[in-house]
Design a protein around this ligand. Structure first.
Ligand code: TNX
Length: 530
């Protein structure tokens, strides 16, 4: 091969491409090198698409990573050449072109119209795959294709390829998720997380193509969401948090704004009102929810399992209707989470009754129910989601619920609970599910987790961040990163693409510049070759 100019050029291109693929998390279904020169990011570029928000995001991404000038074009470019008509941006596509792209006879930038060999197109995004996308890079054209969610994922992949570089190697990527549910739960109740930080969490999720932001909005220590007609909930129970720390809350408008921000990135917000346990903040605010009609003092410790609602009290059903009705009405996504975990003070029958009642209110409001694994014992509507979490207890309720037509979301404590300590001496976090390093979060497969539950019955995977010990933005990102990226790949990538954990850890190391650029602190795990 030595002395053969062509081969060495090809080899060189391959090295660059391998390098490019080595930066992608989650690993895509299909990626392959294409011949040709790399796409040059050091010249002024034009971003062309039909969707204003996506065009702007693409422009911002390129500017953030040092492209000297970016011209956003929504709709079409009117070409100046007399014989040339306008070049329309096809729906479902986003193009990045040099501003000086040559114009072909039909008025399009040449590379935007059919220069790609259509026979070599990797798998088309299909209507059944709203999150599928393609990314094709040639010397003069970066083309992203997919539905709105797919294009959002394509932008995430592009950002990983571009980050800090002057060129993108020619390549094609065709990608789609393994599981529909790729979630992250954030506990706002133990410590409030400010909306600006929640938007950063959304950005982080989008970077790893995650799509469900589950907000744990209520617990014993605080109530965080405005409920119209029930002002006492925020007046009495929003200023508290674990350890006497400051509380906080989301107005309905703030909640809707966050959900809209997430939706533009392909992410659905899933609100949780934890019932019937974890309700001390409600009991503290609403006298009629207490058997003696007297509100107990606020609670700021971290015990669990002591509080519960009582459906036999006249105030309880109206309370549940008001709260769940308001939450359902404010939620554009299809799901409302009704909690159901860690109830130790009720009979199984009372527990089942109140869970069934809450599920009925949610169903009447036109939403699907999701509940923690214990809720699998209650009568939930078919198609409800049951979320496995407690690796120390019998997962039978999840299995039974699946047998009755529910689907499983997997958040096994020992893998997906990002409030677990990284190691025994780690200053933050709890230990009830063990210590969890990044390999622990990565080295498992959802399809093997639950005997008797098949891959087809698994809706997906969700990481959780409970915040008993998480007080600041730095704490939050340090617990999420790097483990969240591991779980994102578990949920997105095909099993056969994940066989090489060391390879994953090397790709993970390549993410650090992206995190640093955003000011997201991360745990410098010794398992990762940073
Ligand atoms: C278990 S997860 C809980 C939470 C705690 C968490 C701490 C779940 C359904 N219940 O109440 O905050 O452990 O890791």
């Amino acid at each position: 091969m030595s002395g053969d100019g062509t081969s060495s050029a090809v080899t060189e291109t391959r090295v660059r491409q391998d390098d490019a693929f080595a930066r992608l998390v989650p690993v895509p279904v299909h990626c392959a090198a294409r011949p040709g020169e790399p796409f040059d990011l050091t010249r002024p570029l034009r971003v062309l698409g039909q969707d204003h928000a996506l065009v702007r995001r693409c422009r911002d991404l390129l500017l953030r990573w040092g492209v000297p000038a970016v011209e956003p074009v929504v709709g079409s470019i009117a070409e100046t050449a007399a014989e040339a008509g306008p070049h329309e941006a096809p729906a479902g596509e986003l193009s990045i072109l040099p501003v000086e792209a040559p114009v072909d006879g039909r008025g399009g930038a040449m590379s935007a119209t059919g220069e790609c060999d259509e026979r070599r197109e990797p798998g088309e995004p299909t209507p059944e795959d709203p999150e599928a996308y393609q990314l094709i890079v040639t010397a003069d054209h970066v083309r992203l294709r997919g539905g709105p969610a797919g294009l959002s994922h394509a932008l995430a992949t592009l950002e990983q390829l571009v980050a800090g570089r002057r060129h993108v190697a020619p390549m094609e990527i065709a990608d789609r998720p393994r599981f529909a549910w790729r979630g992250l739960m954030i506990d706002l109740a133990r410590h409030m997380v400010a909306p600006a930080v929640l938007r950063e969490v959304v950005d982080l999720m989008a970077l790893y193509r995650m799509n469900r932001l589950h907000l744990h909005l209520t617990d014993d220590q605080g109530w965080r969401l405005e409920i119209p007609g029930r002002p006492e909930l925020l007046e009495r129970s929003s200023s508290t948090a674990v350890g006497g720390d400051p509380g906080g809350s989301l107005s309905m408008a703030g909640y809707r704004a966050l959900a809209a921000y997430a939706a533009r990135r392909g992410i659905v917000v899933v609100p949780e009102i934890d019932l019937p346990g974890h309700t001390h903040a409600a009991l503290h605010a609403v006298p009629g929810l207490n058997p003696d009609g007297v509100c107990p003092p606020a609670y700021t410790g971290i015990e669990v399992g002591f509080s519960s609602l009582d459906l036999s009290l006249p105030a309880t059903a109206p309370f549940l209707r008001d709260v769940l009705g308001a939450v359902a009405a404010a939620t554009t996504g299809p799901w409302v989470h009704i909690g159901g975990d860690e109830v130790t003070t009720m009979s199984p029958r009372d527990y089942g009754d109140i869970m069934a009642f809450a599920a009925g209110v949610v169903a009447e409001a036109g939403k699907q129910v999701i509940a923690w694994q214990e809720g699998g014992r209650a009568e939930l509507p078919a198609g409800s989601l049951v979320q496995l979490w407690d690796t120390a207890s019998d997962p039978a309720p999840v299995r039974e619920a699946v047998a009755r037509g529910c689907r499983a979301v997997l958040s096994p404590g020992s893998r997906a609970y990002l409030d677990m300590k990284y190691h025994a001496d780690y200053p933050l976090g709890l230990r009830w599910a063990g210590v969890t390093e990044v390999r622990d979060s990565y080295d498992w497969d959802p399809a093997d987790w639950l005997d008797g539950v098949t891959e087809a019955e698994i809706e997906g995977v969700e990481a959780t961040l409970f915040t008993e010990t998480v007080r600041t933005r730095t704490d939050l990102f340090t617990m999420l990163l790097p483990r969240l990226a591991a779980l994102a790949e578990v949920a997105w990538s095909p099993r056969e693409r994940r066989a090489d954990t060391d390879g994953f850890l090397a790709r993970l190391a390549g993410q650090a510049p992206l995190w640093r650029a955003r000011g997201w602190e991360f745990h410098p795990s010794e398992q990762v070759p940073w």
